[in-house]
Design a protein around this ligand. Structure first.
Ligand code: AMP
Length: 280
C-alpha cells in the first residue's frame, strides 16, 4: 500500500495504472475509520483492480467550527486498517494541497439540497460537491463507493456526476451498525459512556416508525417519535423526516410514494448524529 500526499504524485501513479488497463475503485473518507468505511473498501476490492481510499477532513463542508476542530484524526491507525483490508493506495492530502486558492465553485442541486442536511447545514453540500469533484478529477476512478448512512449525500453525488457528465459509476452501500443498532460513525467516539448507552434509541425509533407505518398517520408518528427521543437524557432532535427515497421530498401520507425512507438528525450533547432506515 502506498500513501500519497501530493496530487502530482498520485496522478502519475494512477495514469500508469490506467495505461496498464487496471480498473480503479475509489472510497472517499474523512478518516477515523471504522467497519462502515472498511465495508465500502471491501466492495470496491471485489469490483476493481486498484483500490484507492482518500483521507481528508474537508474544512469547507463543516458549517460548525467546533465540529471541525473536534473531528477525530487518526491517520496512522487508519493506514494500518486499510493495509490489513487490502487497500492499494491511500491519498491523504493537506488542506493547502487540495485548496491552494480560494474556492469559487458553486453547485446547484435544486430541491435535493433544500431539505434535511441541506436545510440545517448551510453550505455543507456545496463543500461536499467541491471536494468530491476534485477527488474524482485526481483519482479518475471507474467506480466510487458511498454509504447509505449519508443517504442525502449519496443522492447529491449522483446528481453531481450527472450534471458534470463524469465518466464513473456511483455505488451506494448499506449502513453498517454496532451490535446494539447504533450506526457506525467517526463521531461516536466523542460520546460519553452515558450518551453512548442511549444512542441506540435512534435506530429503535427508526424501527418504531417502520412498525407504525400504515397504522398511524405520518404527522402523528413524527410528533410521537420526536417527543420520545427528546425525552431521553441529553438528546435533542434536529429533524425527523419521512421522505420519498428518490426525490427526498417529505411525504404526508404512506401512499404518496413507492419508496419511502425515514431520516433522523439529533444532538447528543454537542455531538451530531444522523441515521436513516428504509420504511417502504
Ligand atoms: P465519512 O468519513 O464520515 O465522510 O464517511 C465516508 C464514507 O463512509 C461515506 O460514503 C459514508 O456514507 C460512509 N459511511 C460512514 N459511516 C458508515 C456506516 N456506518 N455504514 C456504511 N457506510 C458508512
Amino acid at each position: 500500500m502506498i500513501v500519497y500526499t501530493s496530487i502530482k504524485d498520485i496522478q502519475s501513479a494512477i495514469r500508469q495504472h490506467r495505461a496498464d488497463g487496471h480498473s480503479i475503485g475509489f472510497v472517499p473518507t474523512m478518516g477515523a475509520l471504522h467497519r462502515g468505511h472498511i465495508s465500502l473498501l471491501e466492495q470496491s476490492i471485489k469490483e476493481n483492480d486498484i483500490n484507492i481510499v482518500s483521507i481528508f477532513i474537508n474544512p469547507i463542508q463543516f458549517n460548525n467550527k467546533q465540529d471541525l476542530e473536534k473531528y477525530p484524526r487518526t491517520l496512522e491507525d487508519d493506514c494500518k486498517k486499510l493495509e490489513e483490508a487490502g487497500c492499494s493506495i491511500v491519498f491523504a492530502p493537506s488542506a493547502g494541497e487540495m485548496y491552494p486558492e480560494e474556492v469559487k465553485e458553486h453547485y446547484d442541486f435544486g430541491q435535493l439540497e433544500k431539505v434535511m442536511e441541506g436545510e440545517h447545514r448551510s453550505g455543507h453540500f456545496n463543500g461536499v460537491a467541491v471536494v468530491v469533484k476534485r477527488l474524482f478529477d485526481i483519482c479518475m476512478p471507474n467506480k466510487a463507493y458511498f454509504g447509505e448512512k449519508d443517504f442525502q449525500q449519496l443522492a447529491i453525488i449522483k446528481a453531481l456526476v450527472e450534471q458534470e457528465n463524469m465518466p464513473l459509476e456511483i455505488i451506494g452501500c448499506p449502513i453498517i451498525r454496532e451490535e446494539d443498532g447504533l450506526a457506525m460513525s467517526s463521531r461516536n467516539v466523542r460520546l460519553s459512556p452515558e450518551e453512548r448507552s442511549i444512542a441506540p434509541e435512534i435506530f429503535k425509533s427508526l424501527n418504531w416508525i417502520r412498525q407504525q407505518a400504515g397504522e398511524r398517520s405520518i404527522g402523528e408518528i413524527l410528533i410521537l417519535a420526536e417527543e420520545k427521543l427528546n425525552a431521553m437524557p441529553g438528546m435533542k432532535v434536529e429533524y425527523i423526516c419521512i421522505a420519498d427515497e428518490d426525490t427526498l421530498m417529505p411525504v404526508q401520507s404512506w401512499d404518496e410514494a413507492d419508496n419511502i425512507r425515514a431520516f433522523i438528525a439529533l444532538f447528543m450533547g454537542d455531538v451530531r448524529l444522523i441515521d436513516n432506515l428504509k420504511i417502504k
